[in-house]
Design a protein around this ligand. Structure first.
Ligand SMILES: *[C@@H]1O[C@H](CO)[C@@H](O)[C@H](O)[C@H]1NC(C)=O
Ligand SMILES: *[C@@H]1O[C@H](CO)[C@@H](O)[C@H](O)[C@H]1NC(C)=O
Ligand SMILES: *[C@@H]1O[C@H](CO)[C@@H](O)[C@H](O)[C@H]1NC(C)=O
Length: 213
């Protein structure tokens, strides 16, 4: 993990000089608020382990965005299966960035649904409060970024050739990159994705999703 954090640090430091704001992307209909604060979202889900090293930069200062809550969720699965909005928490939740504006979160490579490219949804919150039961209060503080991470099509193709992804009969579509490499020698060892998100820390976007854990 030290190696991966080092990589992100390099990228974050490079980007600090350029400070390009990450594009806002639609929230979509499947956000659930007040999820657990944790850095491993996998629970019992099968699939290719994906460790995401995320560096957050505040474009108002061009400095690492410390103590930002990076909130991830994976589309319509988890929390929405069987129409039960509150039950499942897998592949949802997040963690606070450290004093270098970085956070490492373990999840699995997302599946896909019809006409959507593989993606992981992300929100970056500022000044978030937590509850004693280890959950975040999504409406506290400010939501400075709502976006999505994408993966280069060559990674999608590799992952989707494996079980259980290859049982999905809905065709995937499109693709855009997050930097990616093997954690070990091959896909079975998992993947490491690293990305820097530059957000305008003065913004406060409105969360559309009304559901909460
Ligand atoms: C997916 O895209 C195809 C081709 O554009 C379209 O015909 C189909 O209705 C779309 N399916 C859904 C579920 O949106
Ligand atoms: C955490 O605590 C809050 C406040 O008591 C409660 O509303 C929420 O349902 C709890 N979340 C979980 C996952 O237990
Ligand atoms: C951000 O907006 C929400 C309403 O969408 C509000 O409750 C919250 O206080 C705002 N945060 C700040 C820091 O202004």
């Amino acid at each position: 993990m030290c190696v991966s954090f080092y990589l992100t640090a390099l990228i974050a430091e490079t980007l600090q000089f350029t400070c390009i704001t990450a594009p806002e992307v639609t929230e979509g209909p499947y956000y659930i608020g007040n999820e657990y604060v944790r850095n491993d979202l996998r629970e019992d889900q099968p699939g290719v382990t994906l460790i995401l090293d995320i560096g957050v930069i505040d474009t108002t200062t061009c400095q690492p965005f410390q103590n930002a809550f990076v909130d991830l969720w994976a589309g319509f699965y988890g929390g929405y299966q069987g129409g039960n909005v509150h039950k499942d928490t897998w592949l949802r939740g997040g963690e606070f960035t450290n004093n270098r504006g970085m956070v490492e979160i373990t999840t699995i490579f997302p599946g896909f649904y019809v006409n959507r490219t593989a993606h992981v949804h992300v929100m970056v919150h500022k000044g978030s409060e937590t509850r004693p039961n280890g959950t975040i209060i999504s409406s506290s503080g400010a939501t400075t970024h709502i976006g999505q991470f994408f993966f280069d099509e060559s990674w999608n193709d590799q992952v989707y050739a494996t079980h259980p992804y290859n049982t999905n009969t809905q065709g995937p579509h499109g693709g855009r990159p997050t930097s990616m490499q093997y954690l070990g020698k091959s896909l079975e060892d998992g993947l490491l994705g690293y990305i820097t998100v530059a957000v305008d820390g003065s913004k406060n976007y409105t969360i559309q999703g009304k559901n909460a854990l």
